[in-house]
Write a protein of this length. Structure first.
Length: 240
């Protein structure tokens, strides 16, 4: 374990003892800001004006909240009822949605915001396929593994008090970038832009890492991550 990782663990425990929820620890707040900054540095949000947004694996829904502030109609969801209750209590439209249950995502949405959730799923390909059936745009942000091939590495994740922001069913994955992009293409997104850049970096998340093909998903205590904007530019059928 690196010093940075140890310090992060210590700060999470200290914050939890102080009664703060996992999403309120400084590391999370920093990651929300850097990732949003990166996204808005790479897109022209006015192009999406009028789109209905579905935020999945939302946690406290702070990514969706920014879209709401920009005038988008946002519905936020999470697999954990406690996070949904918290969003509802803040006046947000939110409901429970477990992405590993294969539920249909269609419901009049145009854009899916999937930040920090793909790698907590046991069936991420099924989730991406359903995004393709439901929406024109998918903004996808996730931990990945540094494999140059298209691979999906299943992993088990912590449960209990350490797992409030982890895989609902304790089984997650670390996909390679090529695997994710292949799924997005199969789901019908024909314009897939990798917008990962150092702007999104925070203490324990890196987007400007150098591919080495080592298979690792964490380097020097920092998770390897990617961010994509996937769009359908022409009406087409979803490939099987
Ligand atoms: C790392 S947090 C990300 C929170 C927020 N989207 C962000 O990026 O800051 C992952 C979230 O995904 C949720 N989650 C985990 N497994 C899920 C599943 N199968 N279906 C829906 N949500 C899930 C967790 O409850 C948690 O709120």
């Amino acid at each position: 374990m690196t010093l940075a990782r140890f310090q992060l663990g210590l700060s999470v425990v200290r914050n939890l003892i102080a009664g703060r929820a996992v999403f309120d620890v400084p590391n999370y707040r920093e990651s929300e800001l850097t990732r949003l900054l990166n996204l808005f540095a790479h897109i022209d949000a006015s192009r999406w004006q009028g789109m209905r947004v579905l935020e999945v694996g939302a946690g406290y829904g702070r990514i969706g909240e920014v879209f709401e502030q920009l005038g988008f109609d946002v519905t936020s969801t999470d697999g954990r009822a406690e996070h949904v209750e918290r969003m509802n209590s803040k006046g947000r439209r939110a409901h429970v949605l477990d992405l590993d249950q294969g539920e249909d995502l269609t419901g009049g949405y145009d854009l899916v915001l999937a930040f920090g959730v793909l790698y907590h799923l046991s069936r991420p390909d099924s989730f991406i396929k359903r995004c393709g059936e439901a929406a024109k745009v998918l903004v996808l942000e996730t931990v990945v593994c540094d494999d140059l091939r298209a691979v999906l590495r299943p992993v088990t994740e912590p449960s209990g008090w350490r797992g409030k922001d982890q895989a609902l069913h304790h089984l997650g994955c670390r996909p390679s970038p090529l695997w994710v992009e292949g799924c997005c293409r199969t789901a019908g997104f024909d314009l897939i832009r990798d917008i990962s850049s150092s702007v999104a970096n925070w203490k324990t998340g890196s987007y400007d890492w150098t591919p080495r093909g080592t298979g690792e998903w964490r380097r020097n205590g920092v998770n390897l991550r990617k961010m994509w904007v996937c769009e359908k530019t022409s009406p087409q059928t979803v490939l099987d």
